[in-house]
Design a protein around this ligand. Structure first.
Ligand SMILES: C[S@@+](CC[C@H](N)C(=O)[O-])C[C@H]1O[C@@H](n2cnc3c(N)ncnc32)[C@H](O)[C@@H]1O
Length: 259
């Protein structure tokens, strides 16, 4: 396993489970009614969405694929009605054609989307569906400050080798990439205004996802200072309101296509 070594922490990721679930449900709602036999959840994490896929299509074989042993352990225990497989999606390929490929908040971790997306489409049976949701937050303080800190003199010596989460393409670029390869193609962006509670809520949010590779790469004694500096920057960028809520505007890109 390469860039996706196991820095995932199932418990920390699910800390904001409701906020993370909403876009997954919105994505699923846009996959048209049908009776698929083979459904795959790419980057299934803790399996909570694989369970929803199975609930929607009880007759289907639902397979969750993920590179994280930690996430898959949680998934296998919680969702025995689905199958789970450990693999790096950069190289994974299914045995036989699929009816639905679903992927929530995962493909942004993989590089080279101009190669990846056509490859995923090639796994689909004619008439079947690809449904993808990815955060589009690269210009937001949440992500920019991680990069800035990682390049600062205090942390750069430890973080040079950390794979940066590759930028996703623009909505228009995905249209150009996919329109000639698909039948129906629906691409849209939504900004969710997450209302987070608790101290340093945005830093806590990031600690479950985009901050993980940095924390994982730092030596033990540098992790707390990195997290403190990040939390401080997040308090300035996303101030907590008097009612205790911190607003986090979070933009996500959705793609639903059939072949
Ligand atoms: C943000 S979580 C999303 C989990 C789930 N889809 C959800 O919406 O709750 C991203 C997941 O992608 C997985 N992942 C990231 N890169 C991967 C890769 N190259 N191959 C397989 N899984 C990967 C991680 O292990 C993690 O479980």
């Amino acid at each position: 396993m390469n860039a996706t070594t196991d820095f995932w922490d199932a418990k920390q990721y699910m800390h904001f489970g409701n906020e993370r679930l909403r876009p997954a449900l919105d994505l699923l709602a846009y996959v048209p009614e049908q009776e698929p036999q083979r459904v795959v959840d790419l980057g299934c994490g803790t399996g909570n969405i694989a369970a929803l896929l199975k609930a929607r299509w009880p007759a289907a074989d639902v397979l969750g694929v993920d590179s994280s042993a930690n996430m898959l352990e949680a998934a296998a225990a919680a969702v025995p009605e689905c199958r789970f497989e450990r693999a790096d999606l950069a190289r994974w390929q299914p045995e036989g054609l699929l009816d639905v490929i679903y992927s929530n908040a995962t493909l942004q971790w993989l590089p080279d989307h101009p190669t990846l997306f056509p490859r995923l489409l090639s796994f689909l049976r004619g008439g079947s569906w690809l449904a993808v949701q990815m955060p589009a937050m690269h210009d937001a303080p949440l992500r920019k400050m991680q990069l800035e800190l990682a390049r600062s003199p205090s942390f750069a010596p430890y973080l040079r080798g950390v794979p940066q989460q590759p930028s996703i393409l623009s909505a228009e670029n995905y249209y150009d990439l996919l329109s000639s390869r698909t039948g129906k193609l629906d691409i849209w962006e939504t900004t969710y205004l997450h209302t987070l509670r608790g101290a340093d809520a945005v830093a806590e949010w990031a600690a479950g996802t985009s901050l993980r590779p940095y924390l994982d790469a730092l030596p033990e004694d540098k992790r707390a200072p990195f997290r403190t500096a990040y939390a401080e920057a997040m308090r300035d960028a996303y101030p907590q309101r008097e009612n205790g809520v911190t607003l986090l505007p979070f933009k996500r890109l959705f793609i639903v296509a059939n072949v």
